[in-house]
Design a protein around this ligand. Structure first.
Ligand code: ATP
Length: 328
């Protein structure tokens, strides 16, 4: 994949794509402010790739991003655009970048959004990606913008659910986001002191991993239990019913859903958004293209987009062990 721009980057477009995540606004702000600093013109593209295909874009300046750093969601809005999965869509997207004379695109989103960006890069549109998704499931990056805020929302919900569960001697099932990744579930299981945590990466046995653990807790004198289920495991309502049928313990199931996407971003998400946004623009200014900005510990680096999309991230074994030890 080309990694050096063949001309100076003078005007770029920025869009948010896929699921929204708290901190996307802070990332847009960082991109716009960094562009202003380096004298690069910047266009905000509304509704992700949908807006690119429609040419739905407007010039932004430092003032356009005033007062948004603390707001959840994305002022540019986001969308899932099915026609962008077709080659025709990509060609039309490239055409729009030519019509608006955009020298590069900054794409803030998840894995799917980066696949779209890679297709654009293959057609010759310089791109750079910033990981923005609450799931923290981007293989190349230790961190994705929105993850910390989402985890704090879940932790808060678990604390509240625990209060009522202990008053009523219940077993509470809490379904959290994560279609393919258990990062939110695992972190919030440790932070919320859950008894059981089910993640998509690890198959589980109802009898051994759920029922036996809950009965063991009851035998130790516990009166309430929390079971965290990542969305990708599925069947939370049925699971709660099965456990009730087997143990006789009253169960409830709460699907946290979109509450996890909203809210004012935490300090961590604002800071990461700031660092990643500036890194993306700095890379473009230096002629670096077709990269993903990735967090490696506290540092931000850039990784070739094709390589980045092939990278996989496993759940941390030490965390899984810690969770197992602390759960029982
Ligand atoms: P999240 O992790 O929050 O779901 P995401 O970026 O992975 O975010 P997707 O819905 O998978 O979200 O992708 C966002 C958009 O990216 C899609 O609606 C589509 O326009 C584009 N896209 C996804 N996959 C591809 C692909 N293989 N080729 C071209 N474009 C794609």
């Amino acid at each position: 994949m080309d990694s050096v721009a063949n001309k100076e980057i003078k005007r770029i477009g920025v869009l948010t794509s896929g699921g929204d995540a708290p901190g996307m606004n802070a990332a847009i702000r960082a991109v716009v402010r960094a562009c202003t600093y380096y004298g690069i013109q910047v266009y905000g593209i509304r509704r992700g790739y949908r807006g690119l295909l429609d040419g739905d874009m407007f010039e932004m300046n430092a003032r356009s991003v005033s007062d948004i750093i603390y707001r959840g969601g994305t002022i540019l809005q986001t969308a899932r655009c099915h026609s962008f999965r077709e080659h025709e869509g990509i060609v039309k997207g490239k055409k729009m970048t030519e019509i608006f004379q955009l020298d590069a695109l900054v794409v803030i989103g998840g894995d799917g959004s980066f696949k779209g960006a890679l297709e654009l890069a293959r057609e010759g549109v310089p791109v750079i990606g910033i990981p923005g998704t609450i799931d923290n499931d981007i293989g190349c990056s230790d961190y994705t913008i929105g993850f910390d805020t989402a985890m704090n929302t879940v932790r808060d919900a678990i604390d509240k659910i625990k209060d009522t569960a202990s008053s009523h001697e219940r077993c509470s099932f809490v379904e959290v986001m994560g279609r393919n990744a258990g990062y939110i579930a695992l972190n919030c299981s440790i932070a919320g002191g859950a008894e059981v945590c089910l993640v998509p990466e690890k198959p589980y046995s109802l009898e051994v991993d759920v029922v036996r653990r809950i009965i063991a807790c009851r035998n130790r004198g516990k009166h309430h239990y929390v079971v965290i289920v990542a969305e990708g495991v599925g069947g939370t309502l049925e699971l709660a019913q099965q456990v009730k049928d087997i143990t006789g313990i009253e169960t409830t199931a709460t699907i946290l859903g979109h509450i996890q996407r909203g809210g004012s971003p935490t300090v961590k998400d604002r800071v990461m958004a700031g660092k990643m946004g500036v890194k993306a623009v700095l890379a473009l200014k230096n002629g670096e293209i077709n990269k993903i900005v990735a967090a490696q510990g506290e540092k931000c680096v850039t990784i070739d987009i094709e390589e980045a999309l092939q990278m996989k991230k496993e759940l941390d074994e030490d965390m899984l062990l810690a969770n197992d030890i602390l759960n029982v």
